[in-house]
Design a protein around this ligand. Sequence first.
Ligand SMILES: Nc1ncnc2c1ncn2[C@@H]1O[C@H](COP(=O)(O)OP(=O)(O)OP(=O)(O)O)[C@@H](O)[C@H]1O
Length: 319
Amino acid sequence: MSDPTEQGADGSGGWAVEARGLGKKYRRGWALRDVSFRVPAGRICALVGPNGAGKSTFLGSATRLVRPTAGTLELFGVPVTDPAVLSRFAFLAQDKPLYKRFSVADTLRMGRELNPDWDQAAAERIVRSGDIDRNAKIGTLSGGQRTRVAFALAFGKRPQLLMLDEPMADLDPLARHELSGLLLAEAAEHGTTVIMASHVLPELEDMCDFLLVLTGGRLRMAGDTDALLPAHTLVTGATQDGALPRELAAACTVVENRVSGRQFTALVRTETPGARLPAGPWETAPPGLEDVLLGYLRATDAPPLITAAARPETHLEAA
Ligand SMILES: Nc1ncnc2c1ncn2[C@@H]1O[C@H](COP(=O)(O)OP(=O)(O)OP(=O)(O)O)[C@@H](O)[C@H]1O
């Protein structure tokens, strides 16, 4: 077995997250089922899926808040069951839990006392640029201001892996822009890996270079956006019966085919990188990230696509 801390072929430093056969069953059924993937270290990874897809359950499993029913999960090669992972990650939960009676200054002091690598200057900077009074009690702050303090706590910890569950939901457009810029700068400067669950697809296009897509607790797509996007093509053309022309359908995997009147618009993919679709009475265009994500979110029976970079070793060995 290779070492998660060793240099990857592309010069990057191993992988940050590795899930193998990960599953979580609640009384009503499986929230996550047989999920296996790797996220290489240093990536900004979007975790995408409809409501109830299992995103928070995955983040809960990675942060020791949820105990998986099946499989294994490692952060930087350390099983999440090992308390040694605690110093490696920071987590910004959807409800941004903070102590309401603490002041902002108390909250940052708590961060400093609990975290050996605490970066007080970075945390203070984030709070200051939101014009938040250090003496204000958390309970008196607006939702967006609380989010900013939670960001300051997460960044101040200087984690190797930052996990965020819908971090921007209650921020105004300016704060959104500022904090996403900060996230990118942080990741670039410190090599931090980021995993961010979000429903705001256009935002992800600008920020993320790696994708994880879940629907119904199953992994549908995983890999570098640079590898995933070029594998897909948007095709439009005329159809008599709603089906794609046979010659076209034979040359690709159809992710989604939508028919309006006598016109089809299909998201297709070729399984061999660089393979071309046959020419014919149809038009092709490269899809944007949002087109690809929406295709997989709508067509839940499309075959999953997990690129080689996102597959744990067992899959590579079996291939
Ligand atoms: N504590 C729990 N007890 C029982 N079922 C749960 C629990 N937490 C989550 N579930 C179920 O697990 C499934 C996945 O939920 P999860 O919160 O992980 O989805 P999500 O992708 O984060 O959704 P959203 O986008 O709405 O936040 C859902 O069907 C949900 O009802």
